[in-house]
Design a binder for this molecule. Structure first.
Ligand code: ADP
Length: 285
């Protein structure tokens, strides 16, 4: 398998590469991560079942589009595909360290700069991708409220029914109504920005990785950073200095994060169902 992957890396980079060592890298939720090492070069590789090539192709497209904004450091994708036993994606290897306030402030500023880039007049994206292991529907839509109500909340509620979750459909129309006046620019968003998907290199450069990219309201990324306890205060300071959040963010945040909690219910079940129900009651109140 490593030989097949090395051949593909050699082709793409037009420089012969052979795998001399590999180590497993922990921290992933969905895939098995590895560092592969050859002469003078190293890469990060994620492996999954052979039928997950499309997931990796979409991840590579998202990474490429984010790299192209030239705003914040993103691991550059090299190649992806399938061997006889696995699907895989290969990207540049980055060496991470503990970030300080300066690097988190820079992360905030650079994320805001990425959000500012005008890339599309529609919300959605070019292809569907995944959020965790769940499909993420990116139907191109002109209206943000319709997009978020249907492709985000509506889709997760439909999935939840198959997992024994019984969330009322009424929330879909409530979300549509509550977002009706929100007319954001479609920004390229990371889409899954929890702390495990943000890091700082040994040179102090902020990095965001493992995205669920689409064109959406920039606030979804900031809201997601707050789901599991929040990023350092310096991050929000940097973001707001570059592009202040709009008023009403605090109310919209709960709507945007309901998507992730419903997704967690669909992935892991358990207490996420009651958390989703509490959020739904708050939004409907
Ligand atoms: P998964 O898709 O399984 O959730 P991630 O993309 O989040 O996997 O990667 C898992 C972990 O591997 C990350 O938390 C990070 O520590 C490390 N990692 C991710 N990308 C790189 C990279 N380009 N270079 C070095 N380490 C990386």
């Amino acid at each position: 398998m490593w030989t097949q992957i090395a051949v593909e890396i050699s082709k793409t980079t037009q420089a012969k590469f052979t795998v001399e060592q590999y180590h497993s890298v922990s921290g992933g939720c969905i895939n098995q991560g590895y560092q592969i090492i050859g002469k003078n070069r190293s890469y990060f590789v994620k492996l999954n079942e052979p039928n997950r090539v499309e997931m990796f192709a979409a991840e590579a497209l998202g990474l490429k589009q984010m790299v192209a904004t030239n705003t914040i450091r993103i691991p550059k994708p090299i190649c992806w595909g399938a061997t006889d036993r696995n699907s895989y994606i290969v990207m540049e290897w980055l060496e991470f360290a503990r970030g300080d306030n300066k690097s988190f402030e820079k992360m905030g500023r650079q994320l805001a700069a990425m959000h500012r880039v005008k890339v599309s007049s529609d919300f959605g994206w070019e292809v569907n991708n995944t959020i965790g292991a769940t499909p993420q529907i990116n139907l191109k839509t002109a209206n943000w409220a319709d997009f978020f109500a249907e492709c985000r909340i509506g889709y997760q509620i439909k999935l939840a029914r198959r997992k024994g979750g019984n969330f009322s459909n009424k929330i879909i129309e409530v979300v549509r109504k509550k977002l009706a006046d929100r007319k954001p620019q479609p920004s390229l968003v990371h889409g899954d920005l929890w702390s495990g998907n943000a890091a700082v290199t040994i040179d102090g450069d902020p990095v965001i990785l493992d995205p669920a990219t689409y064109w959406g309201d920039r606030e979804v990324d900031i809201a997601m950073t707050e789901v599991f306890g929040g990023f350092p205060a310096a991050f929000y300071r940097g973001y707001n200095e570059e592009w202040e959040l709009d008023s009403g963010y605090q109310q919209r945040k709960i709507i945007y994060n309901l998507y992730h909690i419903l997704n967690h219910f669909n992935l892991f079940g358990g207490g996420y169902g009651s958390q989703a129900n509490r959020m739904i009651s708050q939004i409907m109140a």
